[in-house]
Design a protein around this ligand. Sequence first.
Ligand code: PLP
Length: 365
Amino acid sequence: MSLIDRILLGPGPCNPYPEATAALAAPLLGHLDPEFLRVLDETCDRLRTVWGTTNRRTLPLSGTGSIGMEAAFANAVHPGRTTAVVAVNGLFGQRMVDVATRYGATVIPVEHTWGQPVDTDKILDAHPDPDIVAAVHAETSTGVRSDIAALGRAVHDRNPDALLIADCVTSLAGIEVAADEWGIDIGYAGTQKCIGVAPGLAPFTVSERAWRHRNPTPPTWYLDLGLIGDYVSGNATGGRTYHHTAPTAMIASLHAGLGRVLEEGLDAVFERHRAAGERLQTGLQELGLELFAAENHRLPELTTVKVPDGVDSAKVRHRLLTEYDIEIGAGAGAYAQSVWRIGLMGHNARQERAELVLAALARLL
Ligand code: PLP
């Protein structure tokens, strides 16, 4: 067995909550075992709390965050008939454009400068009446938080039937997400970020409005929400029918991770992320470094910082990894060499983790 025990301070995965890791070692249950179905139901209830929703269709999809993105567009797009305005202020907005296009939407990308939040007015100006508006809440590529509440209000004030798709992969269980209040029609996340569980599941929620407007025969069998729903929540007669073999160990782990989060309390968890991020961002500036994301829009859970002139970005990351067992991330896209990404997510959203990476960087720079 490897003795390497990394401190995962990149853009994800993070070190899971101990409860989530312990649950992976519990005896395995079958996916139709009544005890497992109880755990699954409770997991969906816990997800509803974390999402801030009463949506009946709130569930963990099998796969990483990107499967949530695929499922969102696969089920919401009617090929050839759907217009989608997609905010692009980083890599994951770009990925949404790609995915929505592949599922047959007419996509209008709205480009923003990387490092800036989504501009609601620009989104509204892009098209008078789109069927879908999509945006990333927490852009992991840039460390920026966008105002999804304002976007939801604007989109639904103009057309109560339009759908808002929000990528909450790096926000859920780290900063506030209020799906119902903000008007999120389809939201998806990933377990390996602030939820503090290993990668492998995509927490997902669908409003009644999105359900009414969905494509009943999406061009994917695996991600057909109607079929998955018959297993997760039961069919018309209440039975649970096999769709695919649910990853029971991962769902047990998510159940435990969410249990830990809710036991601490969502507000306390948000405050822990806020305080850790603030300490890191202040400390980096005290070291003379410059932050990348626009001020007042910085995510506490994912900090982007500019690599100082003359410093070899990859070499510093390599030394952090091999000498301190600390993983941080390179920048994304055009910023691969010029930005570092440092995550303080889930179990790592603690001041001592911030102090640790600051001390290591101070030695290496
Ligand atoms: N969306 C955002 C904002 C992300 O940060 C990520 C992953 O980092 C994804 C989507 C894709 O998730 P995954 O890599 O788990 O498939």
